[in-house]
Design a protein around this ligand. Structure first.
Ligand code: LLP
Length: 463
């Protein structure tokens, strides 16, 4: 199905505007399992359920907007990644996608490690009992205080991102009488096919140290000389929401080349490589993501082959999926407030949230799907734009999607695949109160991050 093709059968069929929409599904009541979490279904009343609980009951108890996270699905995805990579590799969940203390406990129980990228994420991880040695600490400009806290806590690795940081971490570790395990993040010069703002391996951006021009080799040289550091490997993260494995292959090959150069120059075989995160998920029925076992197989094969060719012992591989684990496990539930048909264009459906709970559409032109979830409908598909309640016209949650033409104020609609980078990038724009995250599992729902209140806002405003 091609995008921008004029779909069959919507209202206003004679004058359809340009847009990134595809033909509506044959039956809008059917939920595509690609974009909805594992335990989502419709009950005999036609109400969508998650973990066996109807969204009507969830809205009643927890209010809207709210994120509902399918814990069963989250745990299953953790296990799938851990099993796919096996004992000889490590999976670090990227906490920036979504982190809370409950999530940390699930990760711990399911045997995953955790990648944090700020003092706040580190504090969350430690306070929920993640063993420090299972934590990797990232960031392109970690503060002295963050470095000290991480070294003192005994994090398993710090990923070094600049020449200054090599010295800073070495100095801190030495002053604490420690030797810190570190990796060096390199930029391999791959153009990942994703939005510019979430691509990270090309050279003209802020992360890592370039392989080009011998920069990364120089970083290794310096790190190996410093007593406070134990250099355990090389790290590369090429970007996010990527479907094509080719970029990962080039990245793996270039990282292995660096390992060979390091062996030749220093007689040292670095024991680990980290290939980062970035695996894409299905936001709409058009997307076809890879399964963890396919990724593990592809990466394992390329690293083994390249190391074989270079005469290196195959290093331990680690990966850092964030979106691919948590993204598909949650949906955002909204209540419709107004419905405004614009003749010849589309119908604007306003919900009680918006860009404060999902900035991805405004920021990256992200595409989402949406469904009417409080009931089924036989009405014709209607080209709709789901918008929020914020004071700007860019406040769009779903740019173009089909909802039944009888969608009305009071209906509940839900946007699937909002588990990653929605709550974690939520804001208080217009003094919106950030929505809660409710974990649902086998007929039970519990708040894991509560809804903000006006008291929360006023507490920060000290007059
Ligand atoms: N490892 C490193 C070093 C990273 O920088 C990231 C993401 C990940 C792992 C996890 O990537 P994932 O598997 O989740 O794609 N806010 C953007 C995404 C920014 C990603 C930043 N780094 C979005 O909403 O699409």
């Amino acid at each position: 199905m091609s995008r921008s093709a004029h779909p069959a059968g919507p209202r206003h069929a004679d004058v359809l505007p340009e847009g990134h929409y595809t033909a509506p599904a044959a039956d809008l009541n059917v939920l595509d399992p690609k974009v909805w979490s594992r335990t989502v279904d419709r009950d005999e009343r036609g109400v969508v359920t998650v973990g066996g609980i109807g969204v009507d009951a969830l809205a009643e108890e927890f209010g809207t907007p709210a994120y509902f996270l399918d814990e069963t699905d989250f745990r299953a995805r953790c296990r799938a990644w851990a099993e796919a990579f096996g004992k000889d590799a490590d999976v670090f969940y990227a906490g920036k996608a979504f982190l809370s203390r409950a999530v940390v406990r699930w990760l711990k129980e399911e045997g995953l490690n955790l990648d944090v990228c700020s003092g706040g994420e580190l504090a969350t991880a430690l306070s929920a009992g993640m063993p420090a040695e299972r934590i990797a600490f990232h960031g392109n400009n970690k503060s002295e205080e963050e470095i000290r806290t991480a070294v003192e806590a005994g994090v398993g690795r710090i990923v070094l991102d600049s020449f200054q940081e090599i010295v800073r971490v070495a100095h801190t570790a030495q002053s604490l009488g420690k030797r810190q395990r570190v990796q060096i993040r390199v930029t391999v010069g791959v153009e990942a096919h994703t939005h510019e703002f979430i691509a990270t391996a090309h050279e003209d951006q802020k992360f890592g140290i370039a392989l080009a021009g011998g920069q990364a080799a120089e970083a290794v040289r310096r790190a190996l000389k410093l007593d406070g550091l134990e250099l355990i490997g090389i790290h590369s993260h090429i970007g996010s929401q990527i479907f094509d494995m080719a970029g990962f292959e080039v990245s793996a090959r270039r990282v292995v080349q660096l390992l060979a150069e390091v062996r030749d120059e220093h007689g040292v075989e670095l024991p680990e490589i980290d290939l980062g995160g970035g695996l894409g998920i299905a936001y709409t029925s058009e997307d076809d993501p890879r399964e963890p076992h396919e990724i593990a197989k592809a990466l394992g094969e390329i690293v083994t082959r390249e190391c074989g060719a270079a005469g290196l012992t195959t290093p331990r591989i680690s990966v850092e999926p964030g979106r691919a684990i948590v993204g598909p496990t949650a949906f955002t539930l909204y209540r419709v407030g107004t419905v405004k048909p614009l003749e010849g264009l589309r119908t604007y459906v306003s919900v009680d949230g918006g860009m404060s709970d999902n900035i991805r559409t405004a920021l990256y032109d992200a595409e989402y799907s949406v469904s009417l979830v409080s009931r089924t409908s036989d009405a014709a598909p209607m080209l709709s734009r789901v918008v929020g309640k914020h004071c700007e016209s860019g406040d769009i949650v779903v740019r173009d999607a089909f909802l039944p033409a009888d969608v009305a104020p009071g209906d509940l609609i839900a946007v699937p695949a909002t588990g990653a980078y929605c709550r974690s990038m939520a804001s208080n724009y217009n003094h919106a109160l950030r929505p809660p995250v409710v974990a649902v599992r086998e007929g039970e729902a519990r708040v894991i991050v509560r809804r903000e209140t006006e008291e929360d806002l006023l507490r920060l405003d000290v007059g």
